[in-house]
Design a protein around this ligand. Structure first.
Ligand code: HEM
Length: 474
């Protein structure tokens, strides 16, 4: 069989009136034994850019169970199997060792990398923080942070790196809601540290993929510790100062830090300093890049599909900003549909992986103990049986009657089951506020002659090369 050129970059195109952005051509793997074709390519693709290892079958078939380098990989695409693995029999599926080897060293026992009882205690303690009542307090600081960053991040007439701009903006918003911006240190230095830490962690080492012994050094994993230690040290300073202020009964901002410091586990104990630190690192790791990547891809899509952009801008222009900030999201259904459609095509966190702790059976399909159980959102969100014209940018599929046709397990940007994203409501509010404030004022134009962005997965889906765009103040 001819070798598949997984690095081939198709050009974007227009099809039946819809914009179809560039995307890798899925690998044509045989259904059962993948090692026949391209084990080496798969490992390389998986390590370089896991999106490139997406198989054609995972966008057309009902679940795909294949073997590669002696390991079974089950890619679930049918609602029945997703429900079974992630909800009904979720106890049989633990956090995947590759995922854990990426996240655990830096995030330790943060919610996303904790497992077993440590996770259960933390999830119960943190859930009250993410209720609508608390999240409803955040849109106003989100708005303040966005407004103050706008002139610096989107200067009129300038060519900017849109991906960097949205990272800066999303961090400013997160920092305002996490610790009311009271963190010491220069924003650019902190962003550089976060970038080092996300970059190193986001890339599975080939030795982890083939499950090599842990004592063999992972060369790709060196160099991030200093960045993480600096971030943790900054968090510790702001934590100590806030704790002392709370003990002295001083007025303190009602941000995530105060909520974490005043929350209790089910035993009535407060979270320890280490626990608070791990959770803040986790909120930064899980909440910063995800939202900013989604906004970056949306800006690209709108810069291509200007008719949709006109409609998007008309809705934002009509938004009454004198209304309470938390109510804006209700007034921008089309913008939110565009945001969702962007996350469908470019899921910010595209791989949801688990490992089967024991053998399992779904109908006649055997999932052996030790199998990797995967939802590849990249392929689920482009699956031919879940979506009409799956590769096209068509925000109307998230509007009104058409939205009701979307299957419960077809669109899962925030995951599914008991480990579903705890920050989902926060992220949607944040996206709404940022879109309203920025796009009321700013248009990001495509620069003729620029290469179209190529999706690269490093925990999140980012443009492989920086995405340059021209700012126009409207
Ligand atoms: C567009 C934005 C976001 C997307 C697409 C996203 C996506 C996801 C996904 C897919 C998971 C499940 C991972 C798995 O099952 O293995 C997850 C978990 C998580 N997310 Fe998000 N996320 C976003 C924003 C946020 C924000 C803003 C925060 C925090 C402020 C956050 C905090 C978390 C945490 C703590 C978990 C782990 C939950 C647990 O295991 O109990 N996320 N996210």
């Amino acid at each position: 069989m001819a070798r598949h050129d997984y690095k081939f970059r198709p050009e974007p195109r227009w099809e039946s009136g819809f914009f179809v952005p560039p995307a890798p051509i899925p690998m044509p793997k045989p259904l059962d034994d993948w090692s026949k074709l391209d084990t080496f390519d798969s490992i390389r693709a998986m390590s370089k850019n896991p999106i490139l290892s997406t198989t054609k079958a995972s966008t057309t078939e009902n679940d795909v169970i294949g073997k590669s380098i002696g390991q079974t990989i089950a890619i679930f695409t049918s609602p029945k199997s997703i429900k079974h693995v992630f909800i009904e029999n979720a106890v049989n599926y633990g956090m995947h060792p590759i995922r854990q080897s990426l996240l655990k060293p830096a995030l330790k026992d943060g919610l996303i990398s904790a497992d077993g009882d440590i996770w259960r205690v933390a999830r119960r303690a943190l859930s009250p923080i993410f209720t609508p009542r608390h999240i409803g307090e955040f849109p106003e600081p989100m708005r303040r942070a966005t407004e103050s960053m706008l002139p610096d991040v989107f200067p009129d007439g300038q060519i900017i790196e849109a991906d960097e701009g949205f990272l800066k903006l999303a961090y400013a918003v997160l920092s305002e809601t996490l610790f009311s911006g009271e963190i010491d240190g220069n924003l650019n230095d902190t962003l550089r540290d976060i970038a080092v830490f996300m970059d190193a962690l986001g890339k599975p080492d080939p030795l982890d993929i083939i499950d090599a012994p842990k004592w063999i050094p992972r060369l790709s994993k060196m160099g991030w510790r200093k960045a993480v230690n600096r971030m943790r040290a900054q968090i510790r300073v702001v934590y100590n100062s806030r704790r002392q202020r709370i003990e002295r009964n001083e007025d303190v901002p009602q941000d995530f830090l105060t909520l974490l410091l005043t929350t209790k586990t089910s035993d009535g104990d407060p979270l320890s300093a280490d626990q608070v630190e791990d959770q803040i690192m986790t909120f930064i790791g899980a909440g910063h890049e995800t939202t900013s990547r989604a906004l970056t891809w949306l800006s690209y899509l709108l810069s291509q599909d200007v008719k949709t952009r006109d409609r998007f801008e008309t809705e934002i222009d009509a938004l009454d900003m004198a209304q309470p900030t938390k109510s804006w999201i209700e007034q921008m259904p089309f913008a939110m549909a565009c945001f969702n459609e962007g996350m469908r095509l470019y899921p910010p966190a595209p791989f949801i992986s688990r490992i089967a702790l024991d053998e399992d059976k779904i109908d006649e399909k055997i999932i052996p103990k030790g199998a990797t159980a995967l939802i590849n959102l990249w392929s689920l969100h482009r699956h031919e049986s879940h979506w009409e014209n799956p590769n096209a940018f068509d925000p109307d599929r998230f509007m009104r009657e058409r939205a009701k046709e979307i299957g419960r397990f077809s669109f899962l940007p925030f995951g599914v089951g008991h480990r579903v994203c705890i920050g989902q409501r926060f992220a949607l509010q944040e996206a709404a506020v940022i879109m309203a404030v920025i796009f009321k004022k700013v248009r990001l134009n495509w620069i003729e002659g620029e290469a179209h962005p190529w999706p690269l997965m490093r925990i999140t889906t980012r443009p492989q090369e920086t995405l340059r765009m021209q700012v126009e103040h409207r």
